[in-house]
Unconditional design. Structure first.
Length: 136
């Protein structure tokens, strides 16, 4: 059995779950498969199977926690190597970077999930809040 060089890999097709694992988006192929099947990964704007063949120039949208990344496939690989090599496999779009920075800033400031009120509650509102909390 012969081993493939990186030049041979570029000509071959690579499964989506293998590529996500090689690009270090997920720690294992099993997790990558679960995320694809769970609808967290979109291939060219559509849900797909983990066995889908990836080709250069395709767009992949990945949701990880609060963040959503949109990347363009630059190179193919079916083996996991170091992180610097993994970063050469894709290029994140400018819009994706901007969106992630904005949501990170909003999350850091706490405005995303609990927007601050304009004023403190008055005595009547505090009583109502206390009654509501004690009911539960």
């Amino acid at each position: 059995m012969t081993k493939k060089s990186t030049q041979d890999i570029e000509n071959d097709s690579v499964r989506l779950d293998k590529w996500l694992w090689a690009a270090r988006f997920y720690k294992t192929r099993a997790i990558a498969k679960q995320m694809i099947d769970g609808g967290k990964v979109f291939y060219n704007g559509q849900r797909s199977k983990s066995s889908k063949s990836v080709s250069i120039g395709d767009r992949i949208r990945i949701r990880q926690g609060y963040d959503e990344k949109e990347v363009i496939v630059v190179a193919l690989a079916d083996r996991r190597r170091d992180a610097t090599f993994a970063q050469t496999l894709y290029q994140e779009t400018e819009q994706s970077l901007k969106t992630r920075e904005d949501t990170a800033l909003a999350r850091k400031q706490g405005t995303l999930f609990s927007p601050a009120s304009d004023s403190k509650p008055d005595k009547k509102q505090r009583r109502k809040l206390r009654e509501f909390k004690e009911r539960i």
